[in-house]
Ligand binder design. Structure first.
Ligand code: ZN
Length: 179
């Protein structure tokens, strides 16, 4: 089938005379090749009309800024995770290095006995701490001890809530300045 001049008419996008237009419609109704081109061009034109000539909705700028703020927050969180991971890595490397050094200058049996000795030592220290607490309990009457414990617990709660409140305030301010 001869597709010219219909193909050129569709692709050029030039305005057609009424007789040309009816010729084109007649051809399209019988020719699937030109019909698919025609529909494709019409679809692209529709798409361009919808996509580019619409102004952004009023909330768009605000949404975009909120998205940017959220992304910044995520970046900050990622950074702290990276820092934590880095610290853990450093800790592992240092302890590995420490163990390797110990193994180089001492035999494995000595290292194990050293570790056991320090563990036992720690247990003894914990025990003496418990003894100290016991002695304290014997010397200082229970009500005073309870009062001291309650007082320090209250202080801890007060400090913690103050800290949480200030963190919340700072983060609220941060969100406000990001808007
Ligand atoms: Zn055709």
């Amino acid at each position: 089938m001869e597709h010219q001049p219909y193909e050129n008419w569709i692709l050029s996008g030039d305005p057609l005379s009424p007789s040309q237009k009816s010729d084109l419609m007649d051809h399209i109704s019988t020719c699937s090749h030109c019909a698919s081109i025609y529909e494709g061009i019409a679809g692209v034109e529709d798409l361009l009309k919808c996509a580019t000539f619409e102004s952004p909705s009023p909330g768009f700028t605000q949404r975009f800024q909120m998205m940017a703020a959220r992304r910044k927050e995520e970046a900050r969180r990622l950074q702290s995770y990276l820092f934590l991971g880095w610290m853990m890595l450093v800790t592992v490397v240092i302890s590995m290095g420490y163990l390797t050094t110990l193994l180089l200058i001492q035999s494995p049996a000595e290292v194990v006995s050293n570790i056991m000795a320090s563990t036992i030592n720690m247990a003894f220290q914990l025990d003496s701490l418990l003894q100290l607490v016991k002695t304290w309990m014997q010397i200082i009457p229970l009500p005073i001890t309870l009062a001291i414990i309650a007082g320090s617990a209250g202080l801890v709660v007060l400090l913690t809530s103050g800290w949480i409140f200030s963190i919340w305030k700072i983060s609220a301010q941060g969100v406000k300045t990001n808007e």
